[in-house]
Design a protein around this ligand. Structure first.
Ligand SMILES: Nc1nc2c(ncn2[C@@H]2O[C@H](COP(=O)(O)OP(=O)(O)OP(=O)(O)O)[C@@H](O)[C@H]2O)c(=O)[nH]1
Length: 324
């Protein structure tokens, strides 16, 4: 007698704990009808135990991906093993609002879930229990960290003045492009270009005016690029553009359009109207290139020729003659 009074007390404690614990507890039968629904689930769903009792869970919450979750539940019934899901697979099972003070920016509660098989006295799995964990704080922290890392990655690749790739990242891409050419033999072109007499712009109008000119050149370059083109600021007033899957003829067309576009620009600074030009060197990939530095050198030599022959010009590196 004394023993059963003790059992009853223990049972009462157990119910009390299940009711107040800070994780969601749901018991479902074979047909997914709700058999138990604790305080956590009541508070966050706004649905009381009597409202959900014996109702099919999927009918009550249409945000739950039915096919996916019923498959998971089915495997727990069959294999008599636990199953887990994480917020990284699916951010939530139940779309509960997030009320956390620190991570209040998250719209909903991120959840992990464990599904546990519940055995009858005969050893059969007749029910499963879903345990829902609120992992909003750690999920939001992890997402913020990821976001920050991506921003840092962008910052380490991008030149602050022009928003083009910086030299380090551009050179990495250049090496990849060279290797891609060696593998596929699909031609690409490299254009190096440089603002003519840029020192004069700085000396005459000041460094700020010079910066504005560099930015105007970059903006015009960006307007002319295709998505696959890779453009970088190579040095102070020197730029490099990789045109993927492009032969010298098409690259020359691109270079001349850019040259004319920049020739037509006006940069206004402290009542001065500043005009300027660029010189460009184009080099196409070819069989005799043994490493990427040759490609770079050929483009640089073509740029030098453009400067030598009067500036505001495009010169193209000659391709090696094929043996007859
Ligand atoms: N405003 C500004 N000037 C820069 C920047 N980076 C480099 N420069 C300047 O760019 C100028 C480059 O001059 P040079 O290499 O002599 O070439 P240039 O005057 O353009 O003459 P050519 O290339 O022969 O036509 C130098 O005066 C540098 O100080 C920058 O970020 N902003």
């Amino acid at each position: 007698m004394q023993n059963s009074a003790f059992d009853l007390k223990e049972f009462h404690w157990m119910v009390e704990m299940v009711q107040t614990i800070d994780v969601g507890l749901v018991v479902l039968d074979r047909e997914h009808r709700v058999q138990a629904w604790n305080g956590f689930m009541e508070n966050h769903s706004g649905k009381g135990g009597s409202q959900v009792q014996n109702q099919v869970m999927f009918d009550l919450f249409d945000e739950i991906p039915k096919e996916w979750l019923s498959q998971k539940i089915e495997s727990v019934f069959l294999l008599k093993n636990r199953a887990f899901t994480t917020w990284e697979q699916r951010p939530y099972i139940f779309r509960f609002k997030n009320y956390r003070p620190i991570t209040g920016t998250a719209e909903f509660m991120y959840q992990n879930m464990t599904i546990i098989p519940l055995m009858s006295l005969t050893g059969e799995v007749t029910h499963v229990s879903l345990i829902i964990y609120d992992v909003t704080d750690s999920a939001v922290n992890k997402l913020q960290l990821k976001d920050l890392n991506n921003q840092l990655k962008d910052l380490s690749r991008i030149d602050a003045l022009t928003q083009l790739f910086n030299r380090g990242y551009w050179e990495e891409q250049f090496k990849h492009e060279y290797l891609r050419y060696k593998r596929t033999q699909a031609n690409a072109c490299l254009i190096m270009f440089d603002i003519d007499h840029f020192k004069r712009v700085n000396d005459t109008y000041g460094h700020q005016a010079g910066d504005k000119v560099i930015q105007a050149v970059s903006a015009t370059l960006k307007q002319n690029l295709r998505e696959t083109d890779i453009a970088g600021r190579y040095g102070g007033e020197e730029f490099a553009v990789l045109l993927v899957n492009t032969d010298a003829e098409k690259a020359l067309f691109f270079a001349e359009r850019l040259r004319k576009g920049i020739e037509a620009l006006h940069v206004y600074h402290e009542e001065h109207d500043i005009c300027f030009t660029i010189s460009l060197g184009v080099a196409q990939t070819h069989d005799e290139m043994t490493d990427e530095s040759i490609w770079l050198k050929e483009s640089d030599t073509a740029l030098y020729k453009a400067k030598e022959s009067g500036r505001n010009k495009t010169c193209t590196a000659a391709l090696p003659k094929k043996p007859k």
